[in-house]
Write a protein that binds this ligand. Structure first.
Ligand SMILES: Cc1cc2nc3c(=O)[nH]c(=O)nc-3n(C[C@H](O)[C@H](O)[C@H](O)COP(=O)(O)OP(=O)(O)OC[C@H]3O[C@@H](n4cnc5c(N)ncnc54)[C@H](O)[C@@H]3O)c2cc1C
Length: 493
């Protein structure tokens, strides 16, 4: 795998701060969850969200006091992460390189062509000669203004731009204005501006954003350090504060979902596929989810385990999530920052915990046998049905059942008939497939496995490499034949 990035390094801005337990699950399977927790001093302490006029001004609403309000014990065995993108990206980079990925910085993709067999991309290193790269597939992870998406002629749906912000990273001593040991996020509805202020992983460093109005002719140039200092003083209620401004940039708060996530051999991922308002912290998390989804599906096809039609599951599964994320974040934006936002025509929000841990995929890569149309369920009372995340079960040794997943296909069996069947099918198909039998291969001290997975004695659940239930069954007369059949269907073989 080759990655080209036109910048000289990973992100210097903390942007996507915070990892959901689902993202931590994906990171655990990649072996980097502890490192990600370790780079954020506030990791275990949590998040506080306040809507106020300014840091010492009237508080309009506290959305979240502390993370223990979110009782997720039955849903997941992993914590939230609180690390920023600036400290997580180097970890992802090292992990990708360890797996053999080549990552070339200061290198821009300038054009590409595709035919039925491959993609040919022209890339241009800064100060060097352009060269051609040929690959079986291209992943456009080139951000919200994706040139690749434009070049493919894929339109975007949604409200589009809903606001513009000047973002500032600054160092200062804010005293006890913010709680140092948690991510302390303030949405500010100040008489002079609407904005946000949050601490970062670096003590004494903060991110501040205030809205500006290009439609009235304003630009970043209208915000010299003196004006930004004035705004930061107003936001913090510290009239003498002398912030050291480290970074300033403009960004657009927008809601856009690409109409298609795929054109031939090219896939859109992350912000290239959808841009969401940051209210909810889901943009970066779902970008990681897109990357993981593409990674396992492309690997399965390239290894010959799956037919190319498996790749149709990517858009079928990820685009509805993108829409839910954007709609929910828009409703959050209206509540937290922009009460005047007109959301008629925008779909209803969904509960953010359900969206994070109780989402449901529908595609050819899951065999759904019920007619429940709801897009999510309460992850604290999981049903174990196909399309949902494989429910968390504590194994009694500090691990979760999730630790058995994520490295291939897994049969979780509630009886003895599945072990030899799984071995037989793995040998015949060459698919990385393992069986774990309750009571034999893993403990279930709380006795919740069969309930959370909805399994009868000698039933079984087939879990995909991304920890999603592909299929569930009661006892069958021919476990090997049935499993072979099911695997062939969900892998489009
Ligand atoms: C102020 C702000 C706050 C945010 N807060 C949160 C949050 O709290 N939680 C959250 O989950 N998300 C948050 N987000 C969103 C999050 O940052 C994005 O969703 C995430 O960065 C998307 O990742 P990406 O890789 O898709 O795109 P990007 O991070 O934009 O990366 C795209 C990369 O592609 C490179 N590139 C583009 N074109 C080319 C080319 N032709 N050749 C080579 N390289 C190219 C760019 O240089 C860029 O580095 C925030 C965003 C902003 C702006």
């Amino acid at each position: 795998m080759l990655v080209v990035e036109r910048h000289a390094s990973t992100s210097v801005h903390p942007r996507a701060s915070g990892q959901t337990p689902r993202t931590m699950e994906l990171y655990r399977w990649a072996g980097i969850d502890e490192e990600v927790l370790g780079v954020s001093e506030r990791a275990s302490q949590g998040l506080r969200i306040t809507i106020a006029s300014s840091l010492a001004g009237p508080v309009f609403h506290r959305l979240l006091e502390d993370m223990s309000e979110l009782d997720l014990d039955a849903a997941v065995g992993l914590p939230w992460g609180m690390a920023g993108q600036d400290v997580v990206e180097p970890i992802l980079l090292a992990r990708a390189e360890k797996s053999g990925a080549q990552v070339r910085f200061s290198t821009t993709l300038t054009s590409f062509e595709q035919d039925a067999e491959e993609v040919a991309a022209q890339v241009s290193p800064d100060g060097g000669e352009p060269y051609l790269v040929r690959a079986r597939y291209l992943v456009a992870a080139d951000g919200g203004r994706s040139r690749i998406r434009e070049r493919l002629g894929i339109p975007v749906d949604g409200l589009g731009a809903i606001g513009h912000s000047i973002g500032v990273v600054f160092d200062a001593d804010l005293g006890d204005r913010l709680q140092p040991d948690v991510t302390d996020l303030y949405y500010l509805q100040h008489p002079e501006f609407t904005g946000a202020l949050v601490n970062t992983d670096v003590p004494g460093r903060y991110v501040f954003a205030a809205d500006y109005h290009p439609e009235r002719g304003e630009s970043v140039d209208d915000f010299p350090p003196e004006r930004l200092t004035k705004l930061i003083r107003a936001a913090t209620d510290l009239p003498e504060l002398a912030p050291e401004i480290r970074w300033v940039g403009a960004w657009e708060m927008a809601a856009r979902v690409a109409r298609h996530f795929r054109a031939g051999r090219v896939f859109l991922a992350g912000d290239a596929a959808k841009v969401t308002p940051p209210t909810g912290g889901m943009g970066g998390n779902t970008a990681v989810g897109d990357g993981h989804a593409l990674a396992w599906q492309l690997a399965a096809v390239l290894r010959g385990e799956a037919g190319p039609r498996l790749l149709d599951a990517y858009e079928a599964e990820r685009r509805p999530i993108a829409e839910l994320v954007v709609n929910t974040s828009l409703h959050n934006a209206k509540q937290r920052m922009a009460p005047e936002l007109d959301l008629s025509g925008v779909g209803d929000p969904v509960d953010q915990i359900e969206l994070t841990l109780g989402f449901r995929y529908r595609s050819s890569a899951v065999l759904i046998e019920d007619d429940d149309p709801r897009p999510t369920e309460n992850p604290n009372a999981p049903s174990g049905r196909a399309g949902f995340r494989a429910p968390h079960v504590p194994l009694g040794d500090g691990r979760s059942i999730v630790d058995l997943l994520g490295r291939g296909w897994v049969v979780l069996a509630n009886g003895p008939s599945w072990r030899s069947a799984t071995r037989e099918v793995a040998a015949e198909t060459g698919v990385a497939l393992q069986c774990f039998e309750a009571g034999q291969d893993f403990g279930d001290p709380q006795g919740v496995f069969a309930v959370r997975y909805g399994l009868e004695p000698d039933g079984a659940t087939l879990v995909r490499p991304d920890g999603i239930v592909a299929w569930r069954t009661g006892p069958v007369p021919d476990p090997a034949g049935t499993l072979w059949d099911v695997l062939a269907r969900v892998l489009s073989r």
